[in-house]
Design a protein. Structure first.
Length: 285
């Protein structure tokens, strides 16, 4: 729930954006509203054109959608938003002027774009990636973590579809994920119970029923990159690179995340739907 302080801050931010675009200097500028500061840094690093300005109310996805709607209603047509797709795109839910990432979230779009291979080759014990070993090692790491995140994501998808109010914030992945070299095992029963026990609505759920609901969703065979969450991927990658496969076992989560963002290349970004959508704005305004 948004606090009064947050509401006041958001109102101030909206007012400042309205004033910004009333200026003659910004008459031909395009405002892209994003979810947070790290997103601004990403889009500035891979920016398309000097006419585009990236800003954020820094309150997340709902606030981006709300801000775009309010600014457009106030007459600022050259205002758009970029949000994590989450499960919205999978469900066909769209918002006027809002573009989604090509995968579940920005982090998974980076994973899809090949940044994990660069991370692996930079941070793995060289004995494990010499010569022809490298391709197999990289593939195993990526596919095994993706498979684990997919299992975790199925329950999140169920929660999204049913509005069940299960609590996934601050998951303790070590409670239900185990690592053996490049192998990743998710104990789904422990995972379900972990989520249920930390959720206020947990008493209304039976673990066996939730397991069966996850299997039903799995039969729909959604794309892994639509289901997997980037934070889960990074947390499990951190767990794996806290073992003997790593040349640096003490990496922080934010260090890994930063490395991923900086390893993404412009050419790959230009192949995405998101880049195409943003690029088309330059001909519209």
């Amino acid at each position: 729930m948004m606090s009064l302080r947050d509401a006041v801050s958001e109102d101030d931010w909206l007012s400042s954006m309205m004033l910004l675009f009333r200026s003659e200097m910004n008459r031909r500028r395009i405002l892209i509203v994003v979810e947070g500061i790290t997103d601004i840094r990403f889009f500035n690093a891979y920016r398309l054109d000097n006419r585009i300005i990236y800003e954020s109310p820094e309150n997340g996805k709902r606030e981006v959608i709300s801000a775009v709607s309010q600014l457009r209603h106030a007459g600022n047509d050259a205002v758009y938003g970029v949000c994590d797709a989450d499960f919205d795109e999978l469900s066909g839910i769209n918002y006027d002027g809002v573009f989604y990432t090509d995968a579940h979230d920005l982090e998974m779009m980076l994973v899809k774009g090949g940044v994990v291979d660069k991370f692996i080759m930079s941070h793995t014990d060289r004995k494990l990636i010499q010569g022809e070993l490298a391709e197999t090692f990289c593939r195993d790491v990526k596919m095994n973590i993706l498979s684990a995140c997919y299992k975790i994501g199925l329950l999140k998808w169920y929660n999204y579809l049913t509005h069940s109010n299960l609590n996934f914030k601050g998951l303790a992945h070590r409670e239900f994920v185990s690592i053996n070299r490049t192998n990743v095992l998710v104990d789904e029963n422990k995972y379900i119970n972990h989520v249920v026990n930390r959720s206020r609505a947990g008493r209304h759920f039976n673990a066996a029923d939730l397991f069966n609901e996850m299997r039903k969703l799995e039969l729909m065979s959604p794309d892994h990159f639509s289901i997997c969450n980037g934070h889960d991927f990074t947390c499990i990658l951190k767990m794996m690179y806290g073992t003997d496969v790593s040349v640096n076992k003490n990496m922080r989560l934010d260090e890994i995340d930063s490395y991923m963002r900086m390893s993404y290349d412009h050419h790959t970004f230009r192949t995405t739907k998101l880049h195409n959508c943003l690029n088309q704005l330059l001909t519209l305004h």
